[in-house]
Design a protein around this ligand. Structure first.
Ligand code: SAM
Length: 278
């Protein structure tokens, strides 16, 4: 399916929309929204404002994943004949937003599906926070209830990746408290009002950030990020094992330096131990 043709082919077009700054709509998204027969959306008032801003008048069809099978079937029948866009109120559809069931049903029905990339708060936050970005796990919203929230964090404790959560301003303090209790020692970031006038991103320990936001109650939309587990400090048996391996090919001073780098243990103490092991 080619989204750059004058006449769009029938199918489902997933279109990401801005998360605050209307300038973040892509050229291709404008082109596709201009070319579709209808726009499926969560809230016709919210999407109506965006289309109005783009100077477009389009048929809008309310859709979310709780839609009845009959409503979904009607939408699928339309996109089998005409190009139809799916947007959410803001950001990328399907990312903590409706669309999964529709995409699944469209694919099962042999309807062409294409996705136009654009803003998503999780990715914007990850690129801003300065936490490791080589591996991350997006976990959606943390539960509102404390026990469920702590259980979810405990379930993610062993994941060797930055954790990314969507959060609301009124619940941020409780969420930071739960992170402090369940994932102690982690570096945390709060990314707020991304792409908007009062955008901010603060990093620190969960305790520091909880104290800051207790004194300055946050407003607006929030992404909470939790850095990966800190490597467990090596114990003396680990150090002996590593030193023995190094001593097979290196002098005690070199072995101590390498193991100090690996474990963070004191190099002089490791040197003394290497001499004893030799
Ligand atoms: N699909 C959207 C996306 O791709 O970002 C997310 C939709 S989800 C229902 C809404 C949540 O995303 C908010 O509660 C907040 O956690 C996060 N979010 C959306 N816009 C944001 C922004 N401008 N700054 C920070 N977080 C935002």
């Amino acid at each position: 399916m080619n989204a750059r043709m004058d006449q769009l082919e029938p199918g489902l077009y997933i279109v990401a929309t801005p998360i605050g700054n209307l300038g973040d709509i892509t050229l291709r998204s404008v082109e596709v929204l201009g070319g579709v027969a209808a726009v499926a959306c969560e809230d016709t008032r919210v999407t109506g404002r965006l289309l109005n801003h783009l100077g477009l008048r389009k048929r809008m069809i309310r859709y979310d994943d709780h839609a009845s099978e009959a409503d979904r079937a009607r939408l699928l029948a339309l996109m089998a004949e005409e190009p139809v866009a799916l947007v959410s109120d803001a950001g990328t559809p399907l990312i903590s937003d409706p669309g999964f069931r529709l995409v699944r049903a469209a694919r099962a029905a042999g309807i062409a599906v294409t996705s136009l990339p654009g803003p998503s708060a999780a990715i914007v936050a990850l690129t801003l926070a300065g936490l490791p970005s080589d591996r991350f796990l997006f976990a959606g919203f943390l539960p509102a209830r404390d026990k469920a929230r702590r259980d979810m964090l405990a379930g993610l404790a062993g994941v060797p990746a930055t954790l990314v959560f969507y959060e609301t301003a009124p619940r941020l303090g409780d969420a930071l408290g739960a992170v402090a209790a369940v994932l102690p020692g982690r570096e945390v970031a709060v990314a707020r009002e991304l792409t908007k006038k009062f955008e901010e991103c603060r990093t620190g320990s969960p305790e520091e950030l909880a104290a800051h936001y207790a004194a300055h109650p946050p407003r607006g939309e929030i992404v909470l990020l939790v850095g990966p587990p800190v490597a467990a400090p090596a114990d003396s048996r680990d150090a002996d094992r590593l030193l023995r391996a190094e001593l097979e090919s290196a002098r005690p001073s070199q072995a101590a330096a390498r193991v100090a780098k690996l474990t963070g243990l004191d190099r002089k103490a490791l040197y003394a131990r290497a001499l004893a092991l030799k």
